[in-house]
Write a protein that binds this ligand. Structure first.
Ligand code: NA7
Length: 547
């Protein structure tokens, strides 16, 4: 395919970085408003996270009928999901379908990595360059760069010494990997690994899991979707969408059940007897999904309630895993349940009953280094042919810091955010006029169904631009006091929950030297939407419009 020539001093109304779901919908929306836009995308196709994360077993942990666009009723009626939780290939196919259906590709430049984005005060425009030589400017800059798009390599000595095959979950080869006849080792036991482990175990000769911190996982209870049920569901798609957008479940939720049955059993766990809470947890476990946490409303607020959830999951692990020592090692004890992203699995704990799977507990026998032949633990070397790294991401701020973004007075965003991200509503940083962030830090983002949050942000940004155009304002900037208020509100909300005790990437705790700041907004998409709508209704309080 002939390479499209680089843009040379091209001018647009808006430049969007990233062609995942956020970038695609933003482009579609801007076009509908009669604005010109260019999208730059590093990959050679659309899909964002679903383009890169092709590891075996990759699938969404929000239900497919909810993890899809709602902005076009014909699209939502036409597209048919095949399983309760869609696989990565199916979601990628959906993303490609959206790109083709709305003819998005003609404004997207693929295989272009934005390296600089500088605000020019003299003409109120953002100048953007790519590593591939594009140069362009636009009045508005919109980042659609994802929250988990910068893979983190583990800080382990000798990684490059390994002579076998090495793969990273989030940069998986497009042609796939055949593990048959292989001794495979996997480092990491987060969501990615918990999805990949059962699938790799079925293929590999032997799989060794190197676990530092066990995670809580609940069964997906995945199933193929029944067409009659889907047809009935789609008749009331608007009602379901309303619930996703306004509900407490942040866009997750058990779609098979009517909303009345999915409300928590009680506001506080203390109001329920052990038998009552057990019955509720058992029922949610059987239904499957991350929605498990909402049996009681205070599961993320009360240590006592949370501990009852923990005891339940520990019991499930011990009942499932035959070897008692392996079962104990798999029981998380270092953090309350839900304070790290709860994993949704298909046969994860059961996999440890296979003869060809071994769990190594790195808390007892830490990794000393990677060798030519495998992984050297404190009690000896484990020889492997293939090493899989499922070691996570430099979450939320990492994607911003990968680009040299400068606002007024040439201030780098990296400098403004040196002690943690600061943005009004997680959407706009003071000192960075006309730059909007879709699902940025300080918004519900990773604590929500991303499609629900993306649509809300894109619509909000579009309304904000419309407000500016109506009043002939060319410059929109977040007010610093409003930003400070929002950042402290985000912190207050987080501090009222158990989240900060998770020590996870939500807090930046997985990256050396990163400030420990709880980044997502933890009050849910319903509360967040209400605040945004209220702010818009008060003539965009906290946003300053000028000519
Ligand atoms: P996560 O959830 O950040 O998991 C990364 C895992 O890698 C986690 O178990 C880490 O253990 C482990 N890790 C990282 N560095 C090391 C070293 N040096 N040694 C041993 N183990 C290590 O990333 P995922 O990709 O699984 O999931 C990210 C999100 O993607 C997920 O929540 C979904 O939203 C989609 P640790 O906990 O640090 O001890």
């Amino acid at each position: 395919m002939a390479q499209i020539p680089a843009d040379e001093n091209a001018r647009f109304d808006a430049i969007i970085i990233g062609a995942g779901f956020a970038g695609m919908y933003m482009l579609h929306k801007l076009r509908g408003m009669g604005l010109t836009a260019r999208v730059y995308e590093t990959a050679d196709n659309v899909g964002g996270t679903w383009y890169w994360n092709r590891y075996p077993g990759a699938r969404c942990d929000a239900e497919s009928l909810a993890y899809s666009f709602s902005f076009d009723e014909e699209l939502e009626q036409d597209w048919n999901w095949t399983e309760r939780y869609a696989t990565q290939p199916e979601i990628l196919k959906y993303a490609e379908h959206v790109a083709d259906r709305f003819d998005l590709r003609r404004d997207i430049r693929f295989e272009r990595r934005v390296d600089t984005a500088h605000y020019d005060e003299s003409n109120n425009r953002w100048r953007v360059t790519t590593e591939q030589g594009d140069s362009a400017s636009a009045q508005f800059l919109i980042t659609a760069i994802g929250c988990l798009s910068v893979p983190a390599l583990p800080d382990i000595e000798g990684l490059d010494d390994f002579k076998g095959h090495r793969y990273q979950a989030s940069l998986w080869p497009h042609e796939g990997v055949d593990f048959s006849g292989q001794r495979v080792g996997i480092i990491g036991t987060g969501s990615s690994a918990i999805q990949a482990i059962p699938v790799i175990a079925e293929q590999a000769d032997h799989l060794t899991v190197f676990q530092r911190t066990p995670n809580y996982s609940v069964p997906a209870q995945n199933f193929p979707l029944d067409q009659n049920w889907v047809d009935a569901f789609k008749k009331n798609y608007r009602g379901h969408r309303y619930n996703q957008k306004h509900g407490l479940n942040s866009g997750f939720g058990d779609l098979k059940t009517e909303i009345a049955e999915t409300v928590p059993l009680a506001e506080v766990g203390d109001d329920l007897s052990d038998a009552e809470i057990e019955a509720g947890l058992e029922e949610r476990w059987e239904r499957g999904g991350a929605y498990f946490m909402n049996v009681v409303s205070d599961s993320m607020m009360s240590e006592r309630t949370n501990a009852r959830f923990v005891a339940f999951v520990h019991k499930k692990i011990r009942e499932t895993v035959n070897d008692p020592e392996t079962a104990e090692w798999l029981c998380p004890t270092s953090h309350p349940i839900g304070t790290r992203r709860i994993c949704v699995d298909i046969g994860y704990y059961e996999t440890y009953n296979r003869d060809n799977v071994t769990l190594r507990n790195l808390r007892k026998t830490p990794i000393e280094r990677i060798t030519e032949r495998g992984v050297l633990l404190s009690d000896g070397e484990v020889e492997i042919d293939t090493l899989v790294l499922a070691t996570g991401f430099d979450a939320m701020t990492g994607p911003f810091f990968n680009i040299d973004i400068r606002g007024k007075n040439a201030q780098p965003l990296k400098e403004k955010w040196v002690e943690g991200p600061r943005a009004y509503l997680g959407l706009m940083a003071a000192g960075f006029p006309n730059m909007f962030m879709i699902t940025g830090p300080g918004s519900p983002s990773v604590l929500s169904n991303m499609l629900v949050s993306i649509e809300q942000h894109v619509d909000f940004i579009a309304d904000c631009l419309t407000r500016a155009a109506r009043e002939n304002a060319t410059k929109i900037e977040a007010n610093l006091d409003s930003e400070n208020w929002w950042v402290s509100h985000v912190n207050d909300v987080a501090n009222d929950t158990l989240y900060p005790r998770g020590g996870s990437w939500y807090l930046g705790a997985n990256i050396k030297g990163k400030p420990r700041v709880f980044m997502p907004y933890a009050a849910g998409v319903g509360a967040y939407r209400e605040i945004c709508d209220h702010i818009a209704a008060q003539d965009w309080r906290g946003f300053e419009f000028s000519a």
